[in-house]
Design a protein around this ligand. Structure first.
Ligand code: PMP
Length: 410
C-alpha cells in the first residue's frame, strides 16, 4: 500500500487558502497547431475539445512555429540527437551553443554572452553571483522586478535597496545614501510585462555614471521585438553600450527556451566561472540552441515582423480605447485589461474560452498586486482584424454580464 505522506493536510490547507482567495490556478490543456498560430485546440477534458484563438501567448512573433526555425531544430536533432549530454563544462558545449553565444553577443554589441537553461535561471544565477565577485555589493532593484531577479538578489545575500517603480528621484536618493566607494549595481527591466511600461533607461544610465554603479537590465519582453535588429529597447534607444549586463530570453520572441546574459568578456567569464545555476546543470539541447540561433538570425533581418507586431498591438489598443475598456494604454505590445477582482477575472476568462473560444489567462496575485487582477492580451503579427472583431463582440457580452465598468485606467 502507498504510504500517506506526512503533513498532507498542511499541503491541502495551503491550496485551500489559494482557492479561497480566488487565485487557484487552472492550467488550460492546449495543443498548438503548427502553421495556424494563434489558433489551437483546447482539451476541456478527455472527451471535449474545442478550437480556440490564443490571446495570451508569449510566443510574441509566432517564431515557435516558423518553418525555418522548425527545420533548424529538426536538422540539429538529425545531426546531433536530443540531449546535450552534460553540463557546459563536461561535454555539454556544442558547436550550436558556441555559435548561439557569438550571435547573441553580436546582437547586443557586447564581447561575449552566456546561455542558461531559462531566462529565470539567467537572472537568478547571474544576480546571485554578483556578491561573490563584489563583496559588500549594494544592489538597487526596481520594486516591479520579476520574481527571478528578486530571487537572485535575495540569494546574493548582500545589501539590497528597493526603489519605487521607474522612480529616478527615489533611485538617486538611495544611491546617495550608499557609501561612495561601495560597489553598486542597479537591476531593472526594459519592458515591464504586466504593466506594459518602459523604464527610463537613459536617466538610470546617467545615475549609474554619476554614482559609479553597474547596470543590469532584463530585456526578456523586448528582445527580438524592438530595435533595428531585435536587440531590444536598449538597441532602439542606442543605449546598449551604456548598459553593462543585458539579460534576455530565447523563450518569448525567439520561440524556443533558454536565457542569456551579454556583457564585457571579463564579466561573462567571471559569471561563467562562479554561477552555480550555470555550472551545475545540463546545457540546453543542441537542437534548442540551433533553433534559437536561427530565430535570432531571422529576426535580426526582419524589421517588417516588428512593424506588423506593433501594428496589431495598436489595432487592439484602438479598439479597446473606442469601446472604453479600462486597459493600460502603454507604449508596448502588451495590452492589460484591468478587472480588479480575482474571482471575476477567472470567471471572465472561463466564459471567454468556453462560450467564444477565446483564450486569455487571468493574471492574479502574486504575479500582480491584489486588486489589480487582469487579462493580459498579447496580440501577435498573426492576429487578424476578424479575430479582433470576434474578441470585441465576446468581451462586450461578458463585460456586461459581470457588470464591470467601462472607464479609463487613471
Ligand atoms: N524576466 C521577466 C521579466 C519575465 O517576465 C520572465 C518570464 N515571464 C523571465 C525573466 C523568465 O524568463 P523565462 O521564461 O525564459 O524563464
Amino acid at each position: 500500500m502507498t504510504r500517506t505522506p506526512p503533513y498532507r493536510d498542511q499541503f491541502r490547507a495551503a491550496v485551500d487558502t489559494v482557492r479561497q482567495e480566488g487565485r487557484y490556478r487552472i492550467f488550460r490543456d492546449i495543443r498548438r497547431k503548427k502553421g495556424a498560430f494563434p489558433c489551437a485546440t483546447w482539451f476541456k477534458d478527455d472527451l471535449k475539445e474545442q478550437d480556440i484563438t490564443v490571446w495570451c501567448s508569449n510566443d510574441y512573433l509566432g517564431m515557435g512555429q516558423n518553418e525555418c526555425v522548425v527545420e533548424a531544430v529538426k536538422s540539429a536533432v538529425d545531426a546531433a540527437g536530443t540531449g546535450s549530454g552534460g553540463t557546459r563544462n563536461i561535454s555539454g558545449t556544442t558547436r550550436y551553443h558556441v555559435q548561439l553565444e557569438a550571435e547573441l553577443a553580436d546582437l547586443h554589441g557586447k564581447d561575449a554572452s552566456l546561455v542558461f537553461t531559462s531566462g529565470y535561471v539567467a537572472n537568478e544565477a547571474a544576480l546571485s553571483t554578483m556578491s561573490k565577485i563584489l563583496p559588500g555589493l549594494h544592489i538597487l532593484s526596481d520594486e516591479m522586478n520579476h520574481a527571478s531577479m528578486i530571487s537572485g538578489i535575495r540569494n546574493a545575500r548582500t545589501h539590497k535597496h528597493i526603489f519605487a517603480h521607474n522612480d529616478i528621484a527615489d533611485l538617486e536618493a538611495k544611491l546617495k545614501a550608499i557609501p561612495v566607494d561601495a560597489p553598486k549595481l542597479i537591476a531593472f527591466e526594459s519592458v515591464y510585462s504586466m504593466d506594459a511600461d518602459i523604464a527610463p533607461i537613459e536617466a538610470i544610465c546617467d545615475l549609474a555614471d554619476t554614482y559609479n554603479a553597474l547596470t543590469y537590465i532584463d530585456e526578456v519582453h523586448a528582445v527580438g521585438m524592438y530595435g533595428p535588429r531585435g536587440g531590444g529597447i536598449c538597441e532602439q534607444r542606442a543605449l546598449m553600450d551604456r548598459i553593462d549586463i543585458i539579460q534576455g530570453t530565447l523563450a518569448k520572441a525567439y520561440g524556443m527556451i533558454g536565457g542569456y546574459i551579454a556583457a564585457d568578456k571579463v564579466i561573462v567569464d567571471a559569471i561563467r566561472s562562479l554561477a552555480s545555476g550555470f555550472i551545475f546543470t545540463t546545457s540546453i539541447p543542441p537542437s534548442t540552441a540551433a533553433g534559437a540561433l536561427r530565430s535570432v538570425r531571422i529576426l535580426k533581418i526582419s524589421p517588417e515582423m516588428r512593424d506588423q507586431h506593433q501594428d496589431r498591438a495598436n489595432a487592439l489598443k484602438a479598439r479597446f480605447r473606442s469601446a472604453g475598456y479600462p486597459f493600460i494604454d502603454g507604449d508596448t505590445h502588451i495590452v492589460p485589461l484591468m478587472v480588479g477582482d480575482p474571482v471575476k477575472c477567472q470567471a471572465i476568462s472561463d466564459r471567454l474560452i468556453e462560450d467564444y473560444g477565446i483564450y486569455a489567462q487571468p493574471i492574479n496575485f502574486p504575479t500582480v498586486p491584489r486588486g489589480t487582477e487582469r487579462l493580459r492580451f498579447t496580440p501577435s503579427p498573426f492576429h487578424t482584424d476578424a479575430m479582433m472583431d470576434e474578441l470585441m463582440a465576446a468581451l462586450s457580452d461578458v463585460w456586461a454580464a459581470y457588470d464591470l465598468p467601462r472607464e479609463k485606467v487613471a
